[in-house]
Design a protein around this ligand. Structure first.
Ligand code: AMP
Ligand code: ZN
Length: 472
């Protein structure tokens, strides 16, 4: 399996630290509002990475944090006259609900920054003892130049950075030894929440949170660390500096970053008015469509969100769902008892099916090319639609059906409709149509037929009654 590693800027063969095990950490959202569709991209992409590893038989320990203390949360809490914890708890709950609608599996652990303060104090202490950090007036800074590899992830040269930083003075940070140094702990301001520490009543900096939570739940060295590409610098660069300076071992072996999601080819931004929460999109489309849309592009490419592309994704997903529905219908009609040996034609179809699965796997093994993986699923859909009828051997129909569901599940796509309800609805409408016909209310009967037709159902009036089937 090949993964593009931001650290080496190459696709590399994936070799886990421990055989058949993956330890991965994905930077999660800051919870001061509903998550937006940009935040949903890393959630969906790295959940799919996790699912693929699981399909390959790996045991994945997946850690993704919630940043539940930060300037934006404090601001929001002050505006609403609430505690920061009330704000963060509310939006963690909402984020989890959105993740469920997007079919993003819960992480093995979802740590919260505010519950890990002791670990942060311990790591900052270690860094101070080792000469990698220092305290000035209650603030603790990381001594960036003490870490010789600084810049290795973002490919930044430390002297260029220094030149760029020279004129930037951040209020309250004038006493830094070097403009490149960054905050590990800062004292509280009036009215802000705080924790006790050896240096001041205050709170941790953002970068130290992830170094500490990753260490606690996954160990000093992990396989994959992931997030959006905006996190490469400074967040991930700083995480590497802190973790490697404290633990004396390479932090993460592979660094994965998703590209940005834009709206109408522009950067998504609240002030531009082109900003959508997942919840808003959920009112227009089933959120499975959003997931399918996200996976229709390579995760490292920029992706443009538009109504046209969402419509196209909806149609694509419907095509798969229709095929699954139809196969269920064919399974019900075909003879399950028939145990005649498979014909040569049937065997050839099974071989073609297996070829498509191989191509699905190859696409995923090539740095998670989900767009090509989806094409292989469409190939199976086409194979089924053009070759299977109720007279096909049951085992052949069932194998195609199971394969589509399995591969969709690797992508976290639910291809099976809530069938029961759908069946019941259809049966009810058919019954209503029969009653209308008996009462010679042909207008009503026709109306129902049209309504069913627009949902893709065709009716056939037979001597035994009404038969319905899914329109291919
Ligand atoms: P934040 O809450 O801003 O820390 O973001 C949480 C995660 O969402 C990080 O991995 C970000 O890189 C990612 N993210 C934020 N905005 C976008 C976007 N427009 N497109 C893709 N990823 C994003
Ligand atoms: Zn992080």
């Amino acid at each position: 399996m090949k993964i593009y590693n931001t650290l080496t800027q190459k696709k590399e063969e994936f070799i886990p630290i421990e055989e058949k095990k993956v330890r991965m950490y994905v930077c999660g959202p800051t919870v001061y509002n509903f998550i937006h569709i940009g935040n949903a991209r890393p959630m969906i992409v790295f959940d799919t990475v996790r699912r693929y590893f699981e399909y390959k038989g790996y045991q994945v320990t997946y850690v993704s944090n919630f940043t539940d203390i930060d300037d934006k949360i404090i601001k929001r809490a002050m505006e609403e006259h609430m505690d920061t914890s009330e704000i963060s708890e509310r939006y963690i709950k909402e984020a989890k609900q959105d993740m469920q609608s997007l079919n993003v599996k819960p992480a093995t652990v979802h740590p919260k920054a505010t519950e890990e303060i002791d670990g942060m104090i311990a790591m900052i202490n270690t860094l101070i003892e080792k000469g990698h950090a220092y305290e000035k007036n209650g603030t603790v800074y990381f001594r960036t130049r003490s870490f010789p590899d600084y810049g290795k992830l973002s490919k930044k040269n430390i002297d260029d950075l220094e030149a760029g930083h020279r004129n930037i003075q951040i209020a309250g940070e004038e006493e830094k030894e070097d403009p490149l140094d960054f905050v590990l702990w800062k004292p509280k301001k009036e009215g802000e929440p705080f924790w006790e520490s050896p240096w001041s009543k205050g709170r941790p900096g953002w970068h130290i949170e992830c170094s500490v939570m990753s260490k606690k739940y996954l160990g000093d060295q992990i396989d994959i660390h992931a997030g959006g590409e905006d996190l490469i610098f400074p967040h991930h660069e700083n995480e590497i500096a802190q973790s490697e300076a404290a633990n004396n071992v390479t932090f993460s072996r592979y660094w994965m970053h998703n590209g940005f999601l834009n709206i109408d080819n522009k950067k998504m931004s609240k002030s531009e008015g082109n900003f959508f929460t997942v919840r808003e999109i959920g009112e227009k489309y089933p959120l499975q469509v959003l997931r399918f849309f996200m996976l229709s592009a390579h995760y490292r490419s920029p992706l443009n969100f538009s109504d046209e592309l969402m419509e196209a994704s909806k149609n694509g997903l419907d095509r798969i769902k229709k095929a699954v529905f139809n196969l269920e219908y064919l399974m019900k009609s075909s003879d399950i008892e028939n145990d005649e040996p498979l014909s040569l034609a049937a065997k050839n179809l099974l071989q073609e099916l297996s070829g498509h699965q191989t191509r699905f796997n190859e696409a995923m093994e090539n740095d998670f090319n989900t767009a090509d993986a989806i094409s292989s699923i469409f190939d199976i859909v086409k194979l089924a639609n053009t070759n299977l009828t109720a007279n096909s051997p049951y085992i052949l129909i069932k194998t195609m059906y199971d394969k589509i569901l399995l591969l969709c599940d690797v992508l976290g796509i639910e291809a099976k409709e809530e069938q029961k309800l759908l069946d019941e609805e259809i049966e009810k409408l058919i019954e209503e149509r029969q009653v209308a016909r008996k009462q010679k209310d042909f207008a009503r009967a026709d109306e129902i037929r049209t309504r069913l037709a627009s949902a893709g159902i065709i009716l056939e009036d037979t001597r035994e009654g009404v038969r319905w089937m899914w329109n291919k």
